[in-house]
Design a binder for this molecule. Structure first.
Ligand code: ADP
Ligand code: MG
Length: 328
């Protein structure tokens, strides 16, 4: 079972898009995949047609210790399609940051929950929040590999520097070694700026950069709103091809788990230095409202995704889709 996090402190760089579409592409290639939505904003959950407010349980209930109840990931699963399950998130997950403070073993909560799955999946993909805190730390502690999506902006690179610092901390203090690889997202070869950022990323990451580049593709944006992986909406979309290539590359690197180690601390410092001159430092973290609803108990629990309804709707009513507009 390979556990891979999609992480970068910067919001909007393609973490969730990568988590959803890589998971879907892996599942289409016959791999059994679990996607864990570990962001209180629940974008991966909504991006797979699951409404967080309809859920009785989410990954929050697995992570926070309860006195007489111990829920596992298996108790909260939402089946999406063949070979693809989701462990959904909800806004209340943001409470974890306070609830775990000062608690013993707080960094190990997700790690232990994934271990309890006993190799039930080939791949566990974790979609991380855009913040560095207990959630991010739990995700990094739980994974062996991290994919760092970098959209074509220097802000995104700064997010990477912070993340690499945490990865160094984990290695030095906890002895947990996470392999990190950068992934270029939203690449537009027509812009000079895209090409400049790509060069910088290549300089910093060398071999620890995926060969696959995810191109800017409007279809990825549209299908997120429909709550579908891109390939289930438009098999011919560039985004589907790119995430298919990424899935191949990820599967192919299984044997070669030995890709060269990145000196995370040096890279982090170098990135911070190089981008200093370009960037105003203030990256604002998203404000997440605390939910006010209570958690009720139900005896039979079968959460649903509207995924299959959406696939059916598109199949039976193609003229209604916006597939007709050409922009690629
Ligand atoms: N390759 C891409 N081409 C076009 N739009 C993209 C691409 N990747 C992501 N997006 C869009 O960019 C926005 C941010 O992406 P998202 O995956 O939600 O980022 P994050 O999870 O890092 O905050 C979303 O609207 C998403 O649909
Ligand atoms: Mg996200």
């Amino acid at each position: 079972m390979r556990v891979i996090a999609s992480a970068n402190q910067k919001g909007g760089c393609g973490k969730t898009t990568t988590a959803i579409n890589l998971s879907s592409s892996l599942s289409l290639k016959g791999q059994k995949v679990l996607l864990i939505d570990f962001d209180p904003q629940a974008h991966a959950t909504m991006g797979l047609n699951v409404t967080p407010s309809d859920l009785e349980k989410s990954i929050y209930d697995v992570i926070t210790p309860k006195e007489n109840e111990s829920l596992g990931i298996k108790d909260i699963l939402v089946p999406i399609k063949e070979n693809f399950d989701l462990a959904p998130s909800s806004m209340i997950l943001s409470a974890v940051e306070q609830e775990l403070s000062g608690m013993e073993g707080r960094e190990d909560r997700l790690f232990k929950a994934i271990q309890a799955l006993e190799e039930a999946y080939d791949y566990v993909i974790i979609d991380c929040p855009p913040s560095i805190g207990h959630l991010c730390f739990n995700a990094l502690r739980a994974c062996e590999e991290v994919i760092i999506p970098i959209d074509m902006s220097l802000f995104s690179l700064r997010g990477v520097a912070k993340l690499l610092e945490i990865i160094t901390l984990l290695k030095d203090n906890v002895g947990h070694d996470v392999k990190s690889r950068a992934l270029i997202t939203m690449y537009d070869r027509r812009t000079r700026y895209s090409r400049i950022v790509l060069e910088k990323v290549k300089e910093e990451f060398g071999n620890n950069l995926f060969d696959t580049v995810i191109r800017y593709n409007i279809r990825l944006r549209e299908t997120a709103d429909y709550g579908l992986p891109v390939g289930d909406y438009d098999k011919h979309a560039i985004g589907h091809k790119d995430y298919g290539d990424l899935a191949e590359e990820v599967i192919g690197s299984q044997a070669a788990k030995t890709y060269p180690d990145l000196n995370t601390m040096n890279v982090a410092q170098d990135i911070l230095q190089k981008t200093e001159e370009y960037i105003d430092m203030s990256v604002k973290s998203p404000v997440i409202e605390q939910p006010t609803y209570g958690m009720e108990e139900f005896s039979t629990y079968s959460p649903q995704s509207n995924y299959s309804k959406m696939v059916e709707a598109i199949a039976t009513n193609p003229t209604d889709s916006f597939l007709n507009h050409e922009d690629e």
